[in-house]
Design a protein around this ligand. Sequence first.
Ligand code: FAD
Length: 502
Amino acid sequence: MPVDPIRSVLIVGGGTAGWMTAAALAKIFGDQALDIRLVESEQIGTVGVGEATIPQILLFNRMLGIDENEFVRATQGTFKLGIEFVNWRREGHSYIHPFGSYGSDMDGVMFHHFWLHARQRGYEVDLPEFCLQIIAARQGKFLRPVPDARNSPLGHIAYAFQFDASLYAAYLRRYAEGRGVTRTEGRIANTRLDPETGHVQGVQLENGETIEADFFIDCSGFRGLLIEQALKTGYEDWSSWLPCNSALAVPSENTGPPSPYTRATARKAGWQWRIPLQHRTGNGHVYCSDHISDDEAANILLSNLDGPALRDPLQLRFTTGHRKKFWNKNVLAIGLSAGFMEPLESTSIHLIQSGIARLMTLFPDRAFNPVDIDEYNRLTLQEYDYVRDFLVLHYRQTERDDSEFWRYCRNLPLTDHLARKLALYQTNGRVSREKDELFNETSWLAVLDGQGVVPQGHHPLVTGLGDAEVDARLEQILGAVRASARQMPSHADFIANQCAAP
Ligand code: FAD
């Protein structure tokens, strides 16, 4: 059958999702005959949060071909080596989920098995001491990986960014418009459907203008203007797993140099984020309104800021979960219109990025073959499922029972996937990664160890080495990590030296 290419795409919404999609399409389609248009409403505005990322965003930046220092400068960005989880295991306890590994694998066995073996003999050094990203984060240091240091922890530093969401959207807008994307300012009032196929034919703005397209990308945020309001796709509610349903967000003044990590502090009925940027700190309180009032949540947030608040908190409501179909007919939902899981592990921007990547692989022609659409939906749901299970792990493996919320979380239902992961680790300290799973073995290990899960055994191969050899190897790695941290500049100095205006 002859291929009938898509000639026009309309992106509905100009938040992070809309402009990331526009920038990626503009780059990838280049000079091809594809009309890319984006409509957004300043009156409605954007959600205005979403400022912490994970290392995969480096791939997105690389694909766009943008200069990283310029990007950090334009978005008042900072570098991120991981996420600190405070009070999650129990009050007063803290651990960091680092980007990058612990120690180095030996003889084909993951490093932590050697540590577990020593630990079970009374070795006192904690696992995080073997991770350069954690040591550097705690010391407020940062460095990009050193290219010619392959045998040193300095050669393997993984990182992400923290940035101002509105500056990020503005940056991508300049990029996309510079490559031919047309932007229309206006509020969509109506959507017209094809009476035969049920496909979206066009949208009508409040000023009467009609915009038609072959393919629509719904980036309209929680409201899901096309995917839900027009196509009535339906929503899968995940509140029984992730019960938080509200957030309050507020920026505050910086009181010192920005830390190279995001912080998530567990509170009575949810948790509080702190995202340090160059010009301010982003803060928010994610909570479950069944267990705490909005006023109390606001008090908790405002009384736990490092510096003075820069405005009143912004209230947000959500239901965790996802659309029953991420792609329905000729509408693909990307961003908050597709679904939402709380930003505990900074996954939403990544889910936008992976949605765009999957779209590129399965980009339709005007026939909109259901096989492609089904595959997109299957892969996206699988990715969401794995992320959800990782988030549930943080809540479920807690020792906290000081509030109704935490007592509920301790008993969250386990999916088969999460039950299998837990059993594997609890038995012999093994961590596995499913195909196409976002979080790797190190991430699972960081949270399992951080939340206090202790394996009964370890990989049997380690025993064959002998105790003295294992201890010597551990000491060598510990020395290398500490020496590497000493060579790193402070995070603030790194930004000042590398990312200042030329
Ligand atoms: P929005 O920003 O809401 O944009 C919607 C767009 O649609 C706007 O431009 C709006 O004007 C337009 N629009 C809507 N209706 C119409 C209409 N009728 N006509 C015309 N235009 C219309 N993600 C992370 O990765 N890391 C984080 O740390 C993080 N923290 C978060 C904290 C909270 C509390 C929340 C709620 C989310 C967080 N996220 C985070 C998610 C992140 O904010 C979003 O994934 C990201 O901002 C994308 O949003 P969006 O573009 O889908 O929606």
